[in-house]
Design a protein around this ligand. Sequence first.
Ligand SMILES: [Cu+2]
Length: 251
Amino acid sequence: MRQSSTDKRHFITVSVLVLIGTAVMFWLLDSALPMPIQASIQAQTVDQVFQWTLIAIAFLFSLVVVFMLYTVIVFRRRRGDTGEGEHFEGNTALEIIWTVVPLLLVVLFGYIGVTTLTDITKAQENEVVVQVEGFQWSWLFTYPTDSGEFTSTELVLPVDQPARMEMSSRDVNHSFWIVEMRVKQDVLPGQTTVLRFTPTIEGDYKLRCAELCGLSHWNMLASVRIVSPEEYDAWLAQQSSQAAAITTASN
Ligand SMILES: [Cu+2]
């Protein structure tokens, strides 16, 4: 009776310490990894999954480290203690628990990952479609319009309207990444990959290449402007009339 009540006390103490450790670890991870603003609908979903992952990491870290430190400190050999430690024969219930719980966690996170990815990549109505070409070491955007198409070296998109990037590469593997949108997708030679996001905040952003692609990979940037629908229409009209003028002049 006496022994089991001591065990219970150890268990409660460790549980409380694990919870405190989880909170501290989560706070540390969260403040050590400050995220840029969430500038797309997808960003909110991605960050939510990220938060759940951080909580799981903080808990598992705390579980292992707190148990270990508690055991090392509380059950250490005291001065003058020369006896052998108690002999243990394993614990089947404990082994089943620590096999099944991580398995369920992996399945749960797999499920969250698959459903989230399906959700943020699904086709939307009224998408702005832009052809994206990546090459060493820059980006080119082609906009289809009623009067043909034009190219641009900056990516301009209207706010609050779903955008679909249809991407390919002229040479090696690249990757399309706008951190504020929390989306990233490989851009490959010989095939078209698709990326979707819906910008929610007007402003200037940077598109970066996220796949090491050669000497100037670090400088493979393009400016991204998210503007109001009126501004976007004006920009489209201006760009396509400019393109038309160039075509006429060269004929
Ligand atoms: Cu690159």
